[in-house]
Design a protein around this ligand. Structure first.
Ligand SMILES: [Zn+2]
Length: 341
């Protein structure tokens, strides 16, 4: 009787066939387990050796192990084959066409109003102003009375002002920051405040919420001439060389004398167009020498100190720069518009 199990050759052939048929790494692992795993048919043969005559065990074991070894090699070869096939398929399926145009990152940019705001802040800071902030919900006193606007003043009409409580308003200008700062400090000082303000107003040039910059200087010898020089430099800084400004005599309760500040219309170079209502000039802001009463309200002796103040909208600058005919274009957040600015 042969020491070799009777069907060992057939078993090896069967194993080689199954290995060759395995079409994936998963299928190959299952085939291997079926023959060489703990419960596999080759392993079962090895366990059967114990039942043989002791003199035959050595030869039978060696023969089965050789078959086991060959099947193992066969599996390893098939594994390599499948792997390279999978790589080749992956390469052909996921080919990258380097000639295709890129998807593009789409970098954004700062909003036009943010740019205007930062430029003005930089300018004022370079001129020695300290930048301050104040709350957008203000007391009626800080927003009006302290600024010499008594109860009957038209600006206090509810048509213009948003009240959030009987004595609390959404600030209608950044001037309350002036009151807060002047009350807390000893002159001399130069302070600027930039921020959102609110008025019940809606037109192509007005929005219920808009942004203002306010500056004020208190010293022993501040003058209107100094104010004019500063505003001219500011206009040049944000509008570029060649900008023209003019001062028109005006009235504000919190300054005396007062003036309105106009910019020469850049769109028509002063010839007159829709944007400047055919005047050649565009209103930019107001300014003047701080009213002695306002100084007194803040505990500053107006016989010793004097000051000037100015305030203007940031939107007007952005609209002029980009030739926008409606303030809404700055706040709608329409990407198609913003991409052009
Ligand atoms: Zn014009």
């Amino acid at each position: 009787m042969s020491v070799v199990p009777p069907h060992l050759e057939a078993l090896e052939a069967e194993a080689r066939h199954a290995v060759a048929e395995a079409s994936s790494a998963q299928a190959l692992a299952e085939v291997r387990a079926g023959f060489l795993g703990r419960k596999g048919s080759v392993s079962a043969l090895l366990r059967g050796i114990g039942r043989l005559d002791p003199s035959e065990r050595g030869a039978a074991g060696a023969e089965i192990n050789r078959v086991k070894q060959r099947i193992e090699e066969c599996v390893a070869a098939r594994r390599t084959e499948l792997k390279s096939g999978e790589q080749a398929r992956a390469l052909s399926e996921h080919r990258i066409d380097v000639s295709l145009p890129g998807a593009g990152g789409g970098r954004g940019h700062l909003h036009p109003l943010t740019r205007v705001r930062r430029e003005i802040e930089d300018f004022l800071w370079s001129r020695g102003f300290s930048l301050e902030e104040g709350p957008e919900v203000e007391t009626e006193y800080n927003n009006f009375e302290a600024l010499n606007m008594p109860a009957h003043h038209p600006a206090r009409d509810t048509q213009d002002t948003f009240f959030v409580a009987s004595d609390r308003v959404l600030r209608t200008h950044t001037s309350p920051v002036q009151i807060r700062a002047m009350t807390e400090r000893e002159p001399p000082f130069a302070i600027a405040a930039l921020g959102r303000v609110y008025r019940h107003d809606l037109s192509p040039r007005h929005s219920p919420m808009f942004q203002q910059v306010e500056g004020f200087v208190v010293g022993r010898e501040t003058s209107f001439a100094e104010l004019k020089g500063l505003l001219f430099s500011l206009a040049e800084h944000v509008m570029g060389d060649g900008v023209e400004i003019r001062f028109r005599s005006s009235f504000f309760p919190f300054t005396e004398p007062s003036a309105e500040l106009d910019l020469r219309c850049l769109l028509c170079a002063g010839d007159g167009c829709v944007t400047c209502s055919s005047t050649g000039w565009i209103e930019w802001g107001g300014c003047g020498m701080i009213h002695p009463k306002v100084l007194a309200n803040c505990g500053i002796d107006s016989r010793e100190w004097q000051g000037f103040a100015f305030g203007m909208g940031l939107e007007r600058v952005a609209m002029l720069r980009h030739n926008l005919d409606h303030i809404r274009l700055l706040y709608d957040g329409d990407v198609r518009v913003l991409e052009q600015l």
